[in-house]
Design a protein around this ligand. Sequence first.
Ligand SMILES: Nc1ncnc2c1ncn2[C@@H]1O[C@H](COP(=O)(O)OP(=O)(O)OP(=O)(O)O)[C@@H](O)[C@H]1O
Ligand SMILES: [Mg+2]
Length: 344
Amino acid sequence: MKKSVRYILNGLTLPVFVVDPSRKISFMNKAARQRYSEATKGQFFNEVINSEKCLRALETVLDGEPNATADVTLQEVVPTSFRVSLSRLDADKEPLPSCVLSFEDVSHIQEAEQMRHDFVANVSHELRSPLTALTGFVETLQGAAANDSAVRERFLAMMAHEADRMARLIGDLLSLSKLQASERVAPTEPIDLFNILNSVSSSLSGLADQNNISLKLNFSNHIPIVIGDSDELTQVFQNLIENAIKYSTKGTEVCVSFFPQLEEKSHLCITVEDRGDGIEPTQIPRLTERFYRVDKGRSRNQGGTGLGLAIVKHILIRHRGWLKISSQVGKGSIFAVYLPVASF
Ligand SMILES: Nc1ncnc2c1ncn2[C@@H]1O[C@H](COP(=O)(O)OP(=O)(O)OP(=O)(O)O)[C@@H](O)[C@H]1O
Ligand SMILES: [Mg+2]
């Protein structure tokens, strides 16, 4: 092989092999040598890549086909999916062709595809359950309960609850997709969190009373200004305080507090602390996943969609902040929001 061709192939990030008519490796580029450090020139190719599909494709090319592809999963340190592209190489003076194989790692594309698939399955499931309930109520109202006004009122209230849940789910999904689209652009408004925390707390005071929770506000109007988006930050604290109320034991306290970050002066911290059941340590990293709920039934009964904390996470990413969750089973949880302080 010419030096210039070897130079070009070594510059590629894809592993490339050339296999000669005797099925031995006659060339490996730099990426192939790094990835398959045990392999050597002159070794049989099937001793390095032990994949039925890839070897079959190699045979078709060595038998004269100009090109072939094979999608294979190789057991490397972790199972890795590759799209292997094979082309016939007719070298001068050689009576039989060789084959060039390049390995493109497509694991990330497959993971994204799997995530998309799971997401669609979750959305359909979440939309189907209120819809099934609604259809059931409609059928009952058209039939057995047509002339029973007490049943009709009860069913209509349940239908309104289900319809409300569907509307929230669609609203939350739209919020998430809008947020992801704008994640790279940081917000620019100066925000006074004192006002936001007060208005969110008063809008949730009714829910707190219903659940017999006393909502304590541990901050004064000395919270530094942050740069943000007021609707989005309202959504963050709305969800965290609502969660703390919903998932707490009746008769306990929920505390919203402000902490100036001592070591890292660039950020401030607002915590929402409850004395509820707490969350198992294994569940904590999963809470910000879309649709993840520790107790599905409990969350659904409260009208939850399981998207609240996913939205919180994306809003905080956009604000260049973060969420830290700590919890002790049987004692309660602390959801801490870190936000960068404005520097004027
Ligand atoms: N303070 C908390 N204490 C205990 N569990 C919590 C707390 N906050 C959240 N969780 C758990 O995390 C899950 C996900 O919360 P998230 O806010 O994302 O969804 P949701 O509250 O179920 O629905 P939505 O926010 O859409 O109303 C909840 O279902 C609940 O199981
Ligand atoms: Mg919530």
